[in-house]
Design a protein around this ligand. Structure first.
Ligand SMILES: CC(C)(COP(=O)(O)OP(=O)(O)OC[C@H]1O[C@@H](n2cnc3c(N)ncnc32)[C@H](O)[C@@H]1OP(=O)(O)O)[C@@H](O)C(=O)NCCC(=O)NCCS
Length: 161
């Protein structure tokens, strides 16, 4: 398809920060308890992570964050502009993230799919991704932030799920 032919993926420039965050919002990837600007700043501050953008000519049509923790690669904030979907942009971004992880020595790429976003599983399956035989756990390390997140998550679930 046309988009697949023209799309170019490379690392985000600082001039693209706001456009990338706006794209993530348009793609429904942000939540009140996460701060995409802070997440982006953390990725920019380390050699272990990067933000990739897909451009179709002058247009920013997709973005993703990838990185590794010294053992596994990870993929976050993968989003393709709604008007540019089903043209291979998502696949191109995942392949670019895989290439970045391989180059940085990470042999596997992990990602999280929110329970309410299971429609995306067909996309990952098409790209060869398998469910893990594990349960993902987390802990918010700052107690004040943990408390805030609990309230924000409850409010969000009441409004959306
Ligand atoms: C998931 C997402 C990134 C896919 O991007 P995309 O550019 O549309 O995907 P591609 O065109 O590269 O799709 C590659 C293949 O995945 C499969 N696929 C993609 N979207 C699909 C869908 N909605 N249903 C079924 N299969 C799908 C198809 O096999 C497709 O190949 P085909 O079009 O030749 O049949 C995009 O839909 C998106 O931004 N969604 C919202 C954000 C999101 O959920 N991100 C993931 C968070 S975990």
């Amino acid at each position: 398809m046309g988009v697949e032919r023209k799309v170019v993926v490379s690392e985000m420039t600082s001039a693209e920060r706001e456009a990338v965050i706006a794209l993530w919002v348009r793609c429904g990837l942000t939540r009140p308890w996460n701060d995409p600007e802070a997440d982006m700043a953390l990725a920019e501050a380390t050699e272990n992570a990067t933000i990739l953008v897909a451009r179709d000519g002058e247009n920013l049509v997709g973005a993703a964050m990838t990185g590794h923790d010294g053992h596994r690669g990870a993929l976050y904030y993968l989003g393709v502009d709604p008007a540019n979907r089903r043209g291979g942009v998502g696949r191109a971004l995942v392949h670019a993230a895989e290439a970045w992880c391989r180059t940085h020595g990470a042999p596997k790429l992990n990602l999280l799919v929110r329970m309410e976003n299971q429609a995306v599983l067909a996309f990952y399956e098409a790209l060869g991704y398998l469910p893990t035989n594990s349960i993902s756990l987390y802990r918010t390390l700052d107690p004040e932030r943990a408390e805030r997140e609990r309230a924000e998550k409850a409010a969000w679930a009441a409004a959306h799920i």
